[in-house]
Design a protein around this ligand. Sequence first.
Ligand code: PHE
Length: 445
Amino acid sequence: MSRENWGSRLGFMLAAMGSAVGLGNIWRFSFVAGNNGGGAFLILYLLCVLLIGIPLLLSEVSIGRKAQSDVVGSFKKLAPGTPWFLTGFFGVLSAFLILGFYSVVAGWAIYYFIQYVTGSFAAQPEAGYGGAFGEFISNSWYPLFWTALFMGLTIFIVVSGVKKGIESANKIFMPLLAIILIVLAFYSISFDGAAEGLRFLFSPDWSAFSDPSIYIAALGQAFFSLSIGMGAMLTYGSYLSKEHKLPGATLGIGIMDTFFAVVSGLVIFPAVFAFGIDPASGPPLVFITLPTIFEQIPLGGIVGVVFFFALILAALSSSVSILEVPTAYFMRVFNWSRRFTTILMGSIMFVLGIVVSLGFGIWAGVTPIGERNILDSMDYVASYIFLPLGGLAMILFVGWYFTKQQALEATDFTGSAVGNVWYFIVRYFAPIGIILVCLNSLGII
Ligand code: PHE
């Protein structure tokens, strides 16, 4: 069976940006920044994106493009007879963990969308937005309906094939989401008391740097948001043909993704402080803050409809890239059809989603890791262990397994001065950085 290909470099760019921009930029960025002191976190996050994330993104895509195979197959092909392919298994495992909870959160977004369509969020519910949200997610079965719907949509798009399914929707909805976010940011900044939020986000509390967990939080967020370390970008790169240049494309993806995160911060934090919401509310943060904003602005009900619609599409263009990782792998290994493989993988992830969702209801007392509930625990393992380790393996592969010439050639950097800087980062700086952050989070240094 011949493998699919993107129609054009733009097609790849759109799909990869679609993968990067999603709930990670809005939902996850906000609550992780809120939990980790705001400004100090933002600085570390930006450094991680620039000095580790984007160079790794380029490396990851180049592995896939060179090998033209899935996340396990690529390593088997390029490094036969070595254990490098284990990196791929980490990736496949991360995909299950991440989509397991991602689909639950995306389900919440669909629920909000419906609330705005039916007008039931036009006025604050009696319990307040926070209370109503808590009630909704603690319900055993109701949220699962929305999780199932989201998973079903994801499966449908992946069954249609990466190219047909993914390329087109992003062209319209990503710019739309960007515009709404920018407008919302202006409103949010104009609320009384918003300045405190800007200070929270932009003037770092230096003492926060002494907390070791902030470093791994920043690194994990950079990886999660850029979709790196799992093989989503590798798999997308494998549908790219050799004539397309990579460095500019990956830099563009990185800048775009960071832009969305920073603008989301400008929407959420001024409002959080203006309305006395706790910035450390955790995963519910944006689901409490956004409706509070919509209530205050003209035409908020309509903005809510459009915003959540665009957010759902952004989440879908990310979730398809996650589902594509195990799908591409199992399709090749077992020679299953795309349809069968996708439905099987998606169903397993949905079962994980049920577990995650019940973790806010009848299993609220289940805390697998530390004080963390099921969602937080799965996110912890995926974002703070698997993605960094997967990313470390990929960057070492390009920096040390490839010769310098191979590395530069794989990334279209041959003969470029910037290529030498990139190579230094990939060979020394980034691996050491990732290792130090991981050791630090384990309390070893
Ligand atoms: N980057 C996506 C987001 O920000 C999520 C994602 C993580 C996608 C890991 C692929 C791999 O929403």
